[in-house]
Each structure stands twice: as structure tokens, then as C-alpha cells.
Design a protein around this ligand. Structure first.
Ligand code: PLP
Length: 407
């Protein structure tokens, strides 16, 4: 495995070169919320809007044909990125929309029960609630999924379900705990029992090499903006799965009469109306960038940096880390409230004054925070352009923060 030149990689992100009025440099540690964008992706977007803007799948002129070709080529790039076929990839607004399509589409074909984990993002909870699913939650053992409860719940749902086998919908990587869930094993067990499997890859697609075949996921959701791209989402839907569309309108139909319509084939049936065209094409540029660095290199780098963060943050007295020390990717959450009575929002604000960007709050995972009986956490999340100096700046600023609030 070749390594990558981190200095060169960093130089592609001008946002990191910003110096604040107080002289502090930007230390961007909020990558789980959204990543930065490299020059070549931003330049592609500018060029597309200035010289190639046209609608797709509608035109009979060359600009529209060109845009359509670029859009469809991007679909191929995204498909190869996760070892899927192009017909299995739909461009949507974001991971949230993809998960809403999954919940709605499965409910329409009769599914009633969903097995979720307590560490899910609201995007993988609320859609199932919205569409009236019976919800079954797997809890935690330490800061990891409780695997024995998972098996028990599969059996319980199997016994309960009259007509369907149910859905398992979990996150690949927790956006709070950073833990990587053993989805290959879990989904293999679920599929043996006939469950449909849905995987939220919002936090894994930017960091881990994904292969839909070995993951055994029927549906996958992720967001381009967390992986160097603009705001566009991806819905992977296994071609064998019958999934009904959520949104109706242009492009998603084959035939419309006054009283009913016939859906287009997948994936166009999930792309009602004019899609985020430039954004979908730019995602392939972001993927090219990631592939040049190498997903394995990215994972290795992020893991090493996270390990360094765990080691250095552990030295701060009263700071409570919320993570599994053997199983993490690129996210470190912590709190200073229980022992030092410093709220996560105060921590984030203090760090911000030093140029350090982290996130504080419930991170759209209120059920997890309730389960852990912690109202709010602070979260630092890393990417391949972060370095040891960034982590050291975080540790030093946190030490200053503790002093500031305790004196
Ligand atoms: C695990 C997880 N799932 C889903 C989402 C939703 O992503 P988006 O807001 O891009 O739809 C996020 C966003 O932070 C996330 O972390």
C-alpha cells in the first residue's frame, strides 16, 4: 500500500490556509458534519456552471446531451466506487432523502417492522417513524452494538411478522461514537432470515472502502458533501429489490394518464424533477480525488490520528471520552460536564475562539444521548488533511478551556 503526501493533499484545501482576525489558523475538525472541498472539485463546479449548464434527460440539443453524458458517466463512477451497477445508483439530495425513500418504499410494499440501533442518526430513525414502522432498537455493550440483542431481536421480529420478514437498518459508522459496526456479519445473519438490509454509510463512505456485495446491503445511503463533494446524495438500491418511489414528477415516469402513472425503471424512478446535475457530476471528481489518495491510506491515516487524539485527550483530567478504544474510525466524542461541569457548547465556543472547529450538542442522535444519560457531547472528527499539529492544537486548547472555566 503506497502512502500519500499529506502536505500536498493539504495544499488542495484553501480553507485550511485561512488566518482569522486574531491571527489563529483554521483547525477544521468537523469533518463528520461536512468535509472541505478541494480546488479541483470547486473549479469543476465553476466551469460546469459557466460553460456546460443544461438540463439532463430532456433536451434534444447538444448542451443537454453533453450534460446528460457527464451525469450518466458520474453514475458509473459512483457505481464502481461501491462495486455496484450503474442502474443501482440514484442521485438524490442527501443521505437523509435516500433513507426516506427506503422507509417509504419498503412500507409501500408491506414491510412493518424495522430493527434499528440506538446509535442511529435521526435520519435513520425519523423516516421509519414517519411511515409508521414498529421500531425495535438494539442497545449497546460498552460503546459498541450489543450483538446478542441483535440476534434476539431478529428472532422476535421473525416470530411477530405475519407477511414480511422485516427490515434491518443500521449505521455503518456511528457519527457520535465513531465505532465501526460489523455489518457484514450482522447483515449475513439478517439476510439468512429473509430481512431486507439498509445501511447508512454517511460516515463510512468518506473513510472506508465500500463493497455492496460483501456488505450484503440491499439499500445504501450516503452524502457527497461529507466526502469532498457538494450537496448531493446517493441511494444504492439492489436491482432485485422492489422499491417504490417517494417523489413523483418528471423523469420518474414512463407514462402518465389523467388518473394514474407508470413508474420509470430504476434508478430514474427515484430522480423526480430536475436533479442536482452539477453536484452529481462533481461527486465523480471528488471520488477521483479520494481514489488517487487511496481509501486504504485514508483509513490508515484517520485511524492513526484518532489514536493519537485518544491518547492525548486521555491525559486531560475530568475529560470523559465516549468511545470504544479498540474499534474506531475518525471520530472522537467527549464531555467535560459530568466531572468539571463545563457544557459542550461552552467547549465548542472556547475552541472556536482559538480557530478550532468542532461540533457540540446531540449531533442528531438524541436517542443515543438519552440512552447514555449525557445531554450533550463535543465531537472532533478527522480527515486525511488533518495532521498531528491539528490534534495537538485541540489538546492544548482543551487544557486552556479547563483552566479558563475552573478559575
Ligand atoms: C450517520 C449519519 N447518517 C445520516 C446523516 C445525514 O446526512 P445528510 O445530512 O447529508 O443527509 C448524517 C449526517 O451527519 C450522519 O452522520
Amino acid at each position: 500500500m503506497e502512502s500519500f503526501d499529506q502536505g500536498i493533499a493539504r495544499s488542495e484545501f484553501p480553507e485550511l490556509e485561512r488566518v482569522l482576525p486574531n491571527g489563529k489558523r483554521v483547525v477544521y475538525l468537523d469533518n463528520a458534519a461536512t468535509s472541505l472541498m478541494p480546488v479541483q472539485v470547486a473549479e469543476f463546479l465553476k466551469d460546469f456552471y459557466l460553460t456546460h449548464k443544461a438540463n439532463v434527460h430532456r433536451g434534444s440539443h447538444f448542451l443537454s446531451n453533453e450534460a446528460t453524458d457527464m451525469y450518466e458517466q458520474s453514475r458509473q463512477v459512483v457505481a464502481r466506487f461501491i462495486n455496484a451497477d450503474a442502474e443501482e445508483i440514484a442521485f438524490v439530495k442527501n443521505a437523509t432523502e435516500a433513507l426516506n425513500i427506503a422507509a417509504f418504499g419498503l412500507k409501500r410494499v408491506g414491510f412493518e417492522n424495522v430493527l434499528l440501533s440506538i446509535m442511529e442518526h435521526h435520519s435513520n430513525i425519523v423516516p421509519w417513524q414517519l411511515h409508521g414502522f414498529a421500531l425495535h432498537y438494539v442497545g449497546l455493550k460498552g460503546f459498541e452494538l450489543n450483538l446478542s440483542t441483535f440476534d434476539e431481536l431478529l428472532e422476535k421480529i421473525e416470530e411477530m411478522s405475519m407477511n414480511d420478514k422485516g427490515v434491518v437498518a443500521i449505521t455503518h459508522v456511528s457519527n457520535v461514537l465513531g465505532v465501526i459496526n460489523p455489518v457484514e456479519k450482522l447483515f449475513a445473519r439478517a439476510k439468512r432470515k429473509g430481512f431486507v438490509t439498509v445501511l447508512d454509510c454517511a460516515q463510512s463512505a468518506p473513510h472506508l472502502k465500500l463493497d455492496v456485495k460483501s456488505l450484503k446491503a440491499d439499500i445504501i445511503a450516503f452524502s457527497g458533501h461529507k466526502m469532498l463533494g457538494p450537496s448531493v446524495g446517493v441511494l444504492y438500491c439492489n436491482k432485485k429489490l422492489d422499491l417504490q418511489p417517494l417523489l413523483g414528477g418528471g423523469s420518474m415516469i414512463k407514462l402518465v394518464t389523467k388518473n394514474k402513472s407508470e413508474w420509470n425503471d430504476k434508478p430514474l424512478r427515484f430522480e423526480a424533477g430536475t436533479p442536482p446535475i452539477a453536484e452529481a457530476i462533481a461527486l465523480s471528481k471528488a471520488i477521483e480525488f479520494l481514489k488517487n489518495i487511496g481509501l486504504q491510506n485514508i483509513h490508515k491515516h484517520d485511524k492513526e490520528l484518532t489514536k493519537h487524539a485518544i491518547d492525548s485527550l486521555s491525559s486531560i483530567k475530568g475529560l470523559n471520552l465516549l468511545l470504544s478504544k479498540n474499534n474506531y474510525s475518525s471520530i472522537v466524542s467527549f464531555e467535560l460536564q459530568s466531572k468539571l461541569n463545563i457544557h459542550a457548547h461552552d467547549v465548542a465556543e472556547f475552541l472556536s475562539s482559538k480557530g478550532i472547529c468542532i461540533r457540540a450538542g446531540h449531533h442528531c442522535a438524541m436517542p443515543l444521548h438519552e440512552y447514555l444519560k449525557i445531554p450533550a457531547t463535543a465531537r472532533a472528527s478527522f480527515y486525511f488533511y488533518n495532521n498531528v499539529e491539528d490534534v495537538n492544537a485541540l489538546t492544548q486548547a482543551l487544557k486552556q478551556c479547563v483552566k479558563f472555566f475552573k478559575h
